[in-house]
Design a protein around this ligand. Structure first.
Ligand code: ADP
Length: 191
């Protein structure tokens, strides 16, 4: 089974992906994590994406599609796409890539949250990281966050209509406790 976790920044996609990896042995493909790894690798691509990410903008479709292609070509199944696709072009590319490797998409899980909760969560994440002496993400500040939210509404939220039209969209409430959200997602996967 291959799924997409779709939702604005701070919706809890990464947290839920982790639960699915542990509980079901699925494979998380987070373009955010891949890009954060790339930016510390000293490669040209890393330098290219660092500024864009820190501002809260989207990196180019070409780069993220390339990263996902690399992973899919390694084989396997049971993928959780986390933070990808974020544009309609990426969604089309994903459909083609899955087709090429003989896989398909089973569910697109949309996490329903409200903006105030998102801002609170992200500000909290930054505070907790700082308090624990851990690195704070450079894009977890109010200015980048505004841009990240706007990027989401402008470029990513159209995917809700796209996947609805394909009959693949499943809504889950994203605002509950972590295990409540996990249970809602499990309900979709086990239906
Ligand atoms: P968030 O916690 O905001 O959902 P991620 O960790 O998924 O963020 O991604 C962090 C940043 O990485 C994004 O703001 C963007 O700059 C870049 N990024 C991640 N995935 C994509 C993608 N699919 N397309 C374009 N940019 C991406």
């Amino acid at each position: 089974m291959n799924i997409i976790l779709l939702g604005p920044p701070g919706a809890g996609k990464g947290t839920q992906a982790e639960i699915l990896v542990e509980g079901r042995g699925m494979v998380q493909l987070s373009t955010g994590d891949m890009l954060r790894a790339a930016r510390t690798s000293g490669t040209e691509m890393g330098d290219l994406v660092a500024g864009v990410m820190d501002r809260g903008e989207l990196v180019t479709d070409e780069i993220v599609i390339g990263l996902i292609r690399e992973q899919l070509e390694k084989g396997g199944s049971g993928f959780i796409f986390d933070g990808f696709p974020r544009t309609l072009a990426q969604a089309d590319a994903l459909a083609n890539l899955l087709d090429e490797v003989g896989q398909s998409l089973d569910h697109v899980i949309a996490m329903e949250v409200n903006d105030e909760a998102l801002v609170g969560r992200i500000v909290n994440r930054a505070k907790q990281a700082a308090a624990a002496g851990q690195p704070v993400r450079a894009d977890d500040n109010e200015e980048s966050l505004k841009i990240r939210l706007m990027e989401y509404y402008k470029k990513t939220s159209p995917l809700l209509g796209y996947y609805h039209a394909k009959g693949q969209l499943r809504w889950v409430p994203g605002l509950g406790e972590i295990d409540e959200v996990a249970a809602a997602i499990a309900g979709v996967l086990d239906a």
